[in-house]
Design a binder for this molecule. Structure first.
Ligand SMILES: O=C(O)CCC(=O)C(=O)O
Length: 492
């Protein structure tokens, strides 16, 4: 089993190999925006964790910093190599500094519209999160070492040397000295860095979260074995059976040439057999996306969850919560009112992205006449959609071609052509919702929306293992009929 030292070395290894990538990012954080007082403390803490590597990136005065804090040694000279020499108490003082800096940044991250927030605060926040994790692990390591030393001098009463943390943790499952609560907290810190900040140092925060999560995975698999079979197997029935005249055609693993024709014709189609090789879908694989597997990978990860029956409802909101509390709070009563929807989940939880691959079809443009029209795989947006039975994505369209892959569970999907007269779909007038219809597809208010019922449409039940090609601009309504995990690939 990994020790705290192993984890710390691992993370320090990541930090030192990526230190060069920090240089430009740290330069984006401008002293006049942050203010000299907090900026100085920030550079001091960066220096403590060995960032940045190039001396010229940090003005000398900051390296020789004297931190003005009653709890710090007054003449503490910060040197990147110093961290190993700090005592647990000194680390506590630096951790307190981190808290203050995080609070300071948090205020700015939560004022006004997200797009208007200065990038300085976002990077500032992300780097402090990284530092906090490293310092905290070092502190845990020191406390642990201290306990071990004490036990060597006095082994008469083993119980007495147990720290509170050791008592709380399940020692057979976690590294010595670590408890579940501290690990969950550190994972949350890394996730907040992922959510609030661009992916600093090539996504180091996400890698830190996933390394820390590996340590608690055994606790999570155990916890979720108890999720009742009733909940796992609950299904929604279709309001009415699929009309065979409106059923979307299926095709088994079309060639690229055949798919190109579908693109050109803008013809929706269900593709079968194209994800049989994905570990996420293959029940024989140990990366198969069972609920236990997902929870052991990302149960303690903090993600954005949509709360409300659908995003067009007035009481709809978004909350940050861990995946396991999302299930605890929003699945057990089976209302389908929580949804991890349209999340760039795989950028944050990169370990899941190894369980599937981007379909080659997304490499095709609508024509193959010029090089510019052939899409490069770099332009693909991948979103995760994870939720219980009954989640609804109201009728809307997106400006991308889309392959919606159903990895777990099933969904009812209805499509209206992109050539549908927009007025007869009754989009919202608000600019932000102008791609979304006001109509409740499964219970149309005919008086308010008289033209809607006569519109032609296509429909299907997208089953596990199938992908649906939704042409750009097609209106689509999606409702989950069971616990469901889908991935969509958008490309232009
Ligand atoms: O699966 C869903 O709930 C919605 C998917 C969607 O809107 C999309 O793939 O564009």
């Amino acid at each position: 089993m990994e020790t705290v030292d192993d984890v710390l070395n691992n993370i320090n290894g990541l930090l030192s190999t990526r230190a060069n990538t920090a240089t430009d990012e740290l330069n984006l954080i401008r002293e006049p925006i942050i203010g000299t007082y907090f900026y100085t403390q920030f550079r001091c803490i960066m220096s403590l964790i060995g960032l940045p590597k190039n001396a010229h990136q940090m003005p000398g005065q900051h390296e020789q910093l004297h931190l003005h804090s009653s709890c710090l040694p007054t003449n503490l000279h910060i040197d990147p190599r110093e961290m190993k020499r700090l005592t647990a108490n000194q680390l506590s003082c630096f951790l307190e500094k981190c808290e203050t800096l995080l609070d300071f940044a948090w205020e700015y991250l939560n004022i006004g519209h997200w797009k208007s927030i200065k990038i300085d605060y976002r990077y500032f926040y992300g780097y402090i999160c990284v530092a906090k994790i490293v310092l905290k692990l070092r502190q845990i390591y020191l406390l642990n070492e201290h306990c071990l030393n004490e036990s060597e001098t006095d082994d008469s009463d083993e119980d007495a040397i147990e720290t509170e943390a050791q008592v709380k943790s399940n020692e057979s499952l976690l590294p010595k000295g670590m408890d579940l609560e501290s690990l969950q907290l550190l994972i949350k810190v890394a996730d907040l860095a992922c959510i609030m900040c661009p992916p600093i140092m090539n996504g180091i925060a996400s890698e830190m979260a996933s390394k820390l999560h590996q340590l608690i995975a055994p606790c999570y698999s155990l916890k979720w074995k108890t999720l009742s079979d009733d909940i796992k197997s609950r299904q929604r029935v279709l309001i009415k059976p699929i009309d065979s005249a409106k059923k979307i055609d299926s095709i088994y693993c079309p060639s690229l040439e055949t798919f190109q024709q579908l693109l050109q014709l803008e013809k929706p189609c269900i593709i079968t057999g194209a994800m049989d090789h994905w570990p996420a879908y293959n029940p024989q694989s140990n990366h198969h996306w069972s609920l236990e597997y997902i929870l052991s990978r990302i149960g303690a990860r903090t993600v954005a969850v949509e709360i409300g029956a659908k995003y067009t409802d007035s009481e709809w909101s978004q909350n940050l919560m861990t995946v396991d509390s999302f299930i605890d709070k929003h699945w057990v009563d089976g209302t389908g009112k929580g949804y991890i929807a349209q999340q760039e989940l795989f950028q944050q939880c990169t370990e899941l992205s190894h369980d599937f691959s981007i379909p080659d079809y997304c490499g095709l443009g609508r024509t193959i006449e010029t090089d510019e029209e052939i899409n490069s795989l770099g332009n693909i947006v991948i979103n995760g959609w994870f939720g219980p039975w009954g989640t609804v994505s109201p009728l809307h369209f997106d400006p991308y071609d889309n392959l919606l892959a159903q990895v777990v569970g099933r969904k009812y999907i209805r499509l209206y052509s992109s050539s549908t007269e927009p007025g007869s779909v009754y989009p919202f007038s608000d600019y932000l919702l102008s791609n979304t219809s006001q109509v409740d597809v499964e219970s149309v208010d005919v008086e308010k929306f008289p033209m809607f019922p006569s519109l032609p449409y296509l429909e299907c039940c997208l089953e596990q293992g199938q992908m649906l090609y939704i042409p750009k601009g097609y209106w689509h309504y999606v409702k989950s009929l069971s616990i469901s995990f889908s991935i969509n690939f958008w490309w232009t």
